[in-house]
Design a protein around this ligand. Sequence first.
Ligand code: HEC
Length: 122
Amino acid sequence: MAAGLPEHVQSYASWTPLRAAASPPEGTAQAHRPLRAAYGAAPDGGKLLPLKPGTALVLEEKLDAEGFISRLSTMTRTESGWTYAAFSRRSSSEPFAADASSAECAGCHAKAEPSSAFSGLE
Ligand code: HEC
């Protein structure tokens, strides 16, 4: 898989595809790229709910339908909540590099109750 992504999300393309959010909140267009697909995996390979530490969710992002995957946003479950990180690249031949960390991730995702995930996890 693509260079520059953390080990635990390398195989995300084979994870469970998640149902897209019904009504994304305002600001999502700026926070995430227009073409997106979400995937999730539990550490034991089982169901995502109830959430367990080590569960990972990713959002694969493209600028348009012809485009390459230019960004991967990730949420990784800890004992007490989620760790957010995003990785981007400017061309398909480039490795991904971590974006500057953003406090906005958690702020917006907190609106998705109760799990902080907008996509369906069941
Ligand atoms: C303004 C709101 C907003 C901000 C800020 C935001 N997100 Fe999201 N995020 C969303 C929405 C809405 C979705 C669902 C997208 C869809 O269904 O197309 C989503 C989806 C995701 C997903 C897939 C799981 C899920 O919740 O559906 C991940 C992973 C994710 N975002 C990570 C991040 C990271 C990392 C950041 C910060 C770098 C971030 N998000 C910032 C609104 C936001």
